[in-house]
Design a protein. Structure first.
Ligand SMILES: [Zn+2]
Length: 322
């Protein structure tokens, strides 16, 4: 008897450099870094995926496609994302301006953030957008209501990793003590006890199981210890640890591997300022090493799992739930 193959989805959050400046309390980045992630990192992901015949889900921040911010950058992003869609990749909604406080905002602001990104994504791919990921992994009932209203089939924001939560609290506390508060917002700790496998959420408390007509696809954490199995950690981990985490995830029915655009950025090649490099250990690892690590992860995944978009994973999870 052969074991059924596992399923894996690979997603990339395209947070612009501005977001990292905000997390680290650095103010606004230089203007020329506005589209660095889109222009420099996205083609690198596309190349790694094309070489392996993998389709992925790219979570787009709407402002990158918004001509009212920068018409030239928006046109370039439109062309690039269009190529991704033509290659079979999925585009997901990562809000319009990536406000870390989105989970604390009311229905009108949430509808505006989700709606504007949705409209911009449809200028690239006219098919209905299927999925959403909240900024800062923080999902609120208000967001779920908006996703249901729009007929989205999934959300993928829940990240039940206490270690990530503790690390974020430590960084935010240290910055506050320095009088330079982080622009990040503390994630709702209730999500830490959320299920780690796909589930139908409760509309009023989406970190719990319920009957909402949408599926939650939680971001990967390891069995038992709930260590975050996300790209930013895996790409800079020693190989033996990386392999063990990937193998543990492949033992589950679904591995939701989350990456960020910045994971394939290179401080030197992409002109990322020292003030940010000093605060992000992954930016001190050369691009070639990170590309090799991601390639090795994907090859290990492909040996045991089928790689599908989150849209297709949601359809599978819906069938399982029915
Ligand atoms: Zn993000």
């Amino acid at each position: 008897m052969t074991r059924p193959r596992a399923r894996c989805s690979v997603s990339i959050d395209l947070d612009p450099i501005r977001c990292y400046y905000r997390i680290h309390g650095l103010g606004e980045p230089p203007e020329e870094l506005r589209a660095t992630i889109m222009r420099r990192a996205v083609p690198r992901f596309a190349q790694l995926f094309a070489a392996r015949g993998i389709v992925a889900t790219f979570f787009v921040v709407g402002e990158d496609l918004d001509p009212s911010f920068d018409a030239h950058d928006a046109r370039a992003a439109h062309a690039l994302l269009g190529e991704l869609v033509a290659a079979g990749h999925e585009l997901g909604n990562h809000s319009h301006r990536h406000p870390y406080e989105l989970a604390r905002l009311g229905a009108e602001r949430v509808a505006d953030e989700i709606g504007r990104c949705d409209a911009l994504l449809r200028t690239v791919d006219p098919r209905p957008v299927a999925g959403f990921r909240a900024p800062g992994y923080d999902l609120s009932p208000v967001m779920v209501a908006e996703l249901l209203r729009r007929g989205y089939s999934y959300d993928s924001s829940i990240f039940p990793a206490p270690g990530y939560y503790a690390a974020k609290a430590a960084v935010m506390g240290a910055l506050a003590a320095l009088g330079r508060p982080s622009g990040a917002v503390m994630t709702n700790p209730r999500a830490l006890v959320a299920p780690t496998d796909p589930y139908r959420p409760s509309p009023k408390a989406p970190w719990r199981r319920g009957q909402a007509a949408i599926v939650e696809l939680p971001i990967a954490v390891t069995p038992w210890l709930r260590l975050p199995a996300i790209g930013t950690n895996l790409l800079i981990a020693p190989r033996a640890i990386r392999d063990r985490v990937v193998d543990a995830m492949l033992g589950r029915s679904f591995f939701n591997l989350e990456l960020h655009g910045i994971d394939l950025a290179d401080a030197d090649l992409d002109g990322i300022p020292g003030e940010l490099v000093a605060r992000q250990p992954d930016l001190r690892v050369p691009l070639a090493a990170k590309q090799a690590a991601l390639g090795a992860i994907l090859d290990r995944v492909l040996a045991r799992a089928d790689v599908i978009t989150l849209r297709d994973a949601a359809a599978w999870a819906q069938r399982e739930a029915a």
